[in-house]
Design a protein around this ligand. Structure first.
Ligand code: SF4
Length: 337
């Protein structure tokens, strides 16, 4: 049995089966989620006999770090291997001027959405991650660094809203067991409308981010095949419904690709598309992935685009590039060595 991923209640049930007190469950819970140990032997406030008893039926984790790369800017990328040999990438980002430690987690092995600018989509879909495999990514970071993750973004490999049950269960654990507030968690989607509708009906306090990347149907379908299934007009209605029901501001993610969607005309079309949506906009200058010809925008074009959007009264940020030298930046994850 694997202890990581068990809630306090599940640990209490386990302790009762072993004839131990509820207090033991609290201690073990603390070792797993706050102190992030990787073995039962490290749980030094349990008696040696009890540790041996526990070890005969359980271990803390069955997940390993296959590769770890550290960027010049402090970003760390892990290739994590699950017992069936499947791997995903998880990234820890630190921003110098903030105390936050943000984990960018994967929700699936591979991805079926196949956005043309994304390294993950190239390898196709392999399988969903279980909620335990999702939370293991954060535990792996904590065990390796000895630091506590403060923020989580579901922006790694996979489309979270196509694995919603496991993502929602992982969110519950992040809230209750890791003590990471829902407002510090962002779920990013390519625009899976049934999933957005489901989130609209839940009382989740997390931020919803939409990978929009183009302001019109014709442009978007060139880079995101999902546009054929869930076109922008329908997506907009789903977003209006989400904002209306939850009262929450959404985030619009927009990858700027030189000569494709970074021109002033595209900025104006984007302003038009977003005009009734309560949202912030995050511009992401494209990071080169070897398999395609897309180019990074110039700083000048990026700033011009930002200015045009700001002029419409929206809050616009340009995402700081993290970990580009180790292919850990947005769209560069591929889940292989
Ligand atoms: S950008 Fe996201 S949704 Fe699109 S292929 Fe990559 S992982 Fe999948």
């Amino acid at each position: 049995m694997i202890l990581a991923g068990l809630t306090l209640e599940e640990l209490e049930n386990l302790m009762s089966e072993l004839g131990a007190t509820k207090f033991r469950a609290k201690q073990i819970h603390n070792w797993i989620y706050s102190k992030s140990v990787s073995s039962i032997d490290e749980m030094t406030n349990l008696s040696k006999d009890f540790r041996e008893q526990l070890k005969s039926i359980a271990s803390v984790t069955d997940t390993q770090i296959k590769i770890k790369q550290v960027s010049k800017d402090g970003t760390i990328k892990y290739l994590i291997e699950y017992p069936d040999g499947e791997c995903v990438e998880t990234v820890l980002m630190r921003f110098d001027n903030r105390a936050n430690l943000t984990a960018c987690v994967s929700s699936q092995v591979g991805c079926a959405v196949n956005c043309s600018f994304c390294a993950t989509g190239k390898g196709g879909f392999r399988r969903n991650l279980t909620y335990k495999e999702i939370i293991e990514q954060v535990l792996t970071i904590q065990r390796d660094t000895g630091l506590k993750v403060t923020n989580i973004v579901f922006m790694g490999q996979g489309e979270p809203l196509l694995n919603l049950e496991n993502v929602l269960k992982a969110l519950e654990l992040f809230n209750n067991d890791f003590q990471i507030g829902a407002r510090r968690i962002t779920i990013s989607t390519s625009g899976i409308i049934p999933g957005i509708n489901r989130l609209a009906d839940s009382d989740l306090q997390s931020t919803l981010a939409i990978s929009l990347h183009a302001p019109t149907h014709d442009l978007r379908k060139q880079i995101m095949p999902i546009e054929n299934k869930y076109p922008l007009n329908d997506l907009k209605n789903a977003l209006l419904n989400y904002i209306n029901k939850t009262g929450r501001r959404i985030t619009i993610e927009y990858i700027l690709i030189h000569g494709f969607n970074d021109m002033p005309q595209a900025a104006k079309e984007l302003v038009y598309f977003l005009k009734d949506l309560k949202c912030n906009i995050n511009l992401i200058p494209y990071n080169s992935v070897i398999e395609n010809d897309y180019k990074k925008p110039s700083v000048n074009d990026t700033m011009k685009f930002k200015y045009l959007l700001e002029h419409s009264g929206k809050k616009v940020t340009v995402r700081l590039e993290r970990g580009a030298d180790i292919d850990a930046a947005c769209g560069q994850l591929r889940g292989r060595a």
